[in-house]
Every structure is written in structure tokens, then in C-alpha cells.
Design a protein around this ligand. Structure first.
Ligand code: NDP
Length: 392
């Protein structure tokens, strides 16, 4: 029996995690489910799963949710705020934490899970992008096992030699090939990018995802964040990682070895596969994902990324090359710009311009502690917000 906390239970990753767990319900006990403010969905999940705790954002009326649950005969205790998130991520009885809050808000609970030596299933790439070396050091020091949920990193993990303690080059790995679909605007005429709407940006051709990551896929910042995520997860420099545009999203990433072998992980584009893999690793469990039908696949195609169309890819590489606080600045500037685009306050093409401006204006400094990461995050958000208010 594994006891699990799901951070971000009401999001697309959280819902898919519960779907996979439901297929082997006898093997899992839910300690906590968390949401920001989607109370109705959290209520339904508590009724269905009877977790010990539910956690919501600090300014949400936790007492009202608690009363509703009691009236429905559910004993779940409702907590609120950041300290409660960290508490349910690090509780003694928890074995495994699904880290699926979107954005920087996931950093503190993820770190709490890592510092408590949990098995952490990491979907929340932004936390790792912000805090890279601090996060991986904490995992090493506290004996946490971090398993990637991002389909690309999960694919790479599956194609790597296990264990590869001596480092990837010594294990004969030559390159990591990170595939990406190119998103909904891969072939849109460049002069039309200026006027695309949030709805168009969120209509991903292959994956159903939350709105923030959908916009990241449309700008390909998602792939940029994934380059940085791969650097930290697999301890390699960014030049070791090549991006391959593969519009069908059937190959989820590849590992090339010195002898010319290329190992790929394939499957239908459905997040339940990496979730099931990480939940059960090193075993395998049923995920509910249908078999890949090779006879209906059609052609698999591959292209180099177009950096003129997708400047965020270049910005992400520049940030990881600069090091220090630059990746935290990149992430925070992106989160603010994407939120403004989703609110229709800026055009799509302004996202990359705002991030570039933040990277140019904020001095690169080494980061040695969490406070320095949070300071870079704050500085970048302020800068982007004031740039947006100047132009509107
Ligand atoms: P969603 O937007 O669908 O869900 C986000 C979850 O986080 C929700 O439960 C939301 O609660 C909660 N949340 C949002 N803001 C806060 C906050 N400030 N404090 C506490 N909780 C918060 O996102 P996804 O599920 O799509 O993505 C989650 C993470 O997984 C992201 O980091 C994303 O990059 C990563 N990921 C997602 C993939 C996908 O296919 N969806 C693939 C690979 C990685 P509420 O519902 O109440 O707003």
C-alpha cells in the first residue's frame, strides 16, 4: 500500500493521476489532495477518494468546504495556505508526492517533499527551472527519488542505462533528443502570430493540458523549460540536448549512444503513460492508455526548430548558459507574460519580448539559497508587470 499526496489534484495532471490510481485502487491510500480555488472539483474528488486532508489557497473559505464535506459524510480535514501544502507534502506517513501544481507556486511544497526524502513524481517543471542546483542537491542530501512526469524526460529516463551514476557521457550516451510537436502555430504565417487569441494558443494539436503549459507549447517556451529541466535531471550541459520537432507526438524523446544506437520511447500522447510509469517504477502497471496502432499511424516526421518563429527557445538556452539567477528570471518573466496574454492584456508575440527584456535588465547573480531564487522571481515579475502597465 502506497500513501500519496497529490499537489495540484484538480489540474490535468492531477486528474490523470487519480485515473491511473483508480485502476489499482487497492494499492494506494490518498493522504491529501490540493487545489488553488477550484472548490467544486476538489469537493467531488474528496467525496470519491476520502483523503485525510484537502488543501486550498489561503484566502479560500476552507470552513465552507469543510462544512460541505461533513454534510456529505466525508471526514476529510480542510487546510489552507502555503504551510499546509508543505505539511501534506512532507508528512511522515506519505511515501510518494505527485508534484503537479503549475508554476512557481509549486516550489516550496516540492522542496518540502524532497527534504523529507519522499519519492517525488515531478510534473511541475517550473520549480526545477527556478531552483535547479538547490533542488537536486536537496534531493541527494535527503535521499529523495525524483522521477520525471514530463513525457519527454520520462521517455529519456526510460531509454537511459539504469543506474547511470557515473554520468551520461561515461555511460556511452552521446546526446539527448528532446522531441516537441511545435504546437498549434508551427506552420502559421509569421505575420499572423501577432493577432492569435488565447483560445487558439490553448488548442494544442495532440495533448490536453492546462492553459499555462498550452501557451508555453505554442511559444515553445515549454521546450525551452524542458531543456533546462533535462540539464538538472540528467546532469548534462544544454549543448548535450537537441530539440527535434516531431508534430505527431508519438516518439516522446530519444537517447543517442556513442555506437550510433538511438533508443526511443513511443506511445499514444496520453499523460497517463508517464504517470503510471513513475508511480510504479521499477515495476509496470495498467494506465488505461490504448495500444499504439502502428497500422494507423501514418508518417512520422522530424524537423529542426525554427528559432525565428520560436525565440523563447533561444532565450531558454541563453538563460541556462548564463546560470545563477537567470533561469528563475526567465521562468518568472514567462509566467507573468503568459498570464497577461491569457488575460488579453498583451499580444502573443510580446511574451518573448518581455522575457528578453527581463533577462537583459536584471543582473545575473549566483544563487546560493532559496531566498536568492525568490528574490530573482520577485524582481522579474515586478519588471514585467511594470513594462506591461507602461504599454497599456
Ligand atoms: P493545470 O492548470 O491543469 O492545473 C494546475 C493545478 O495546480 C490545479 O490543481 C490548480 O488548482 C493548482 N494551482 C494553480 N495555482 C496554484 C497556486 N498558486 N497554489 C496552489 N495550487 C495551485 O496544470 P497542468 O495539470 O496542465 O500542469 C501542472 C504542471 O505539470 C505544470 O507545471 C506543467 O508544466 C506540468 N506538466 C503538465 C503536462 C500536461 O500534459 N498537462 C505535461 C507535462 C508537464 P485549481 O484547479 O484550483 O486552479
Amino acid at each position: 500500500m502506497t500513501t500519496i499526496t497529490i499537489l495540484g489534484a484538480t489540474g490535468t495532471i492531477g486528474v490523470n493521476t487519480l485515473d491511473v490510481i483508480g485502476r489499482q485502487a487497492d494499492s494506494y491510500r490518498i493522504h491529501a489532495l490540493t487545489a488553488r480555488r477550484n472548490i467544486n472539483k476538489l469537493f467531488d474528488q474528496c467525496v470519491a477518494w476520502q483523503p485525510r486532508f484537502a488543501v486550498v489557497e489561503a484566502d479560500v473559505d476552507a470552513a465552507a468546504l469543510s462544512a460541505r464535506l461533513r454534510a456529505a459524510g466525508v471526514a476529510t480535514e480542510v487546510l489552507a495556505g502555503a504551510a499546509a501544502l508543505a505539511e501534506v507534502a512532507s508528512a511522515k506517513e506519505v511515501d510518494c508526492v505527485m508534484a503537479a501544481i503549475v508554476g512557481a507556486a509549486g516550489l516550496l511544497p516540492n522542496l518540502a517533499a524532497v527534504e523529507a526524502g519522499k519519492r517525488v513524481l515531478l510534473a511541475n517543471k517550473e520549480a526545477l527551472v527556478m531552483s535547479g542546483p538547490l533542488f537536486t542537491d536537496a534531493a541527494r542530501r535527503h535521499g529523495a527519488t525524483v522521477l520525471p512526469i514530463d513525457s519527454e524526460h520520462n521517455a529519456i529516463f526510460q531509454c537511459l542505462p539504469q543506474p547511470a551514476n557515473e554520468g551520461l557521457p561515461a555511460a556511452g550516451v552521446k546526446r539527448l533528443l528532446l522531441t516537441g510537436s511545435g504546437g498549434p502555430f508551427r506552420t502559421l504565417p509569421l505575420d499572423e502570430l501577432e493577432t492569435v487569441t488565447p483560445e487558439q494558443a490553448c488548442r494544442h494539436p495532440n495533448w490536453v493540458m492546462g492553459r499555462k503549459i498550452s501557451v508555453d507549447s505554442a511559444t515553445m517556451m515549454n521546450k525551452g523549460l524542458e531543456i533546462i529541466e533535462a540539464c538538472w535531471l540528467f546532469d548534462v550541459p544544454h549543448r548535450f540536448i537537441e530539440v527535434v520537432v516531431h508534430p505527431q507526438s508519438v516518439i516522446h524523446s530519444m537517447v543517442e549512444y556513442l555506437d550510433g544506437s538511438v533508443l526511443a520511447q513511443l506511445g499514444n500522447p496520453d499523460m497517463r503513460t508517464p504517470i503510471a510509469h513513475a508511480l510504479a517504477w521499477p515495476r509496470r502497471i495498467e494506465s488505461g492508455v490504448p495500444s499504439l496502432d502502428f497500422f494507423r499511424l501514418g508518417a512520422l516526421t522530424f524537423d529542426p526548430p525554427d528559432e525565428q518563429r520560436f525565440p523563447c527557445l533561444r532565450l531558454a538556452r541563453e538563460a541556462i548558459a548564463a546560470g545563477g539567477n537567470a533561469t528563475a528570471v526567465l521562468n518568472a518573466a514567462n509566467e507573468e507574460a503568459v498570464a497577461a496574454f491569457l488575460d488579453q492584456a498583451i499580444p502573443f508575440t510580446a511574451i518573448a519580448r518581455l522575457i528578453e527584456r527581463a533577462l537583459e535588465r536584471i543582473a545575473i547573480r549566483a544563487v546560493n539559497c532559496l531566498d536568492e531564487v525568490l528574490e530573482a522571481d520577485r524582481e522579474a515579475r515586478l519588471l514585467v508587470r511594470s513594462a506591461i502597465s507602461e504599454t497599456s
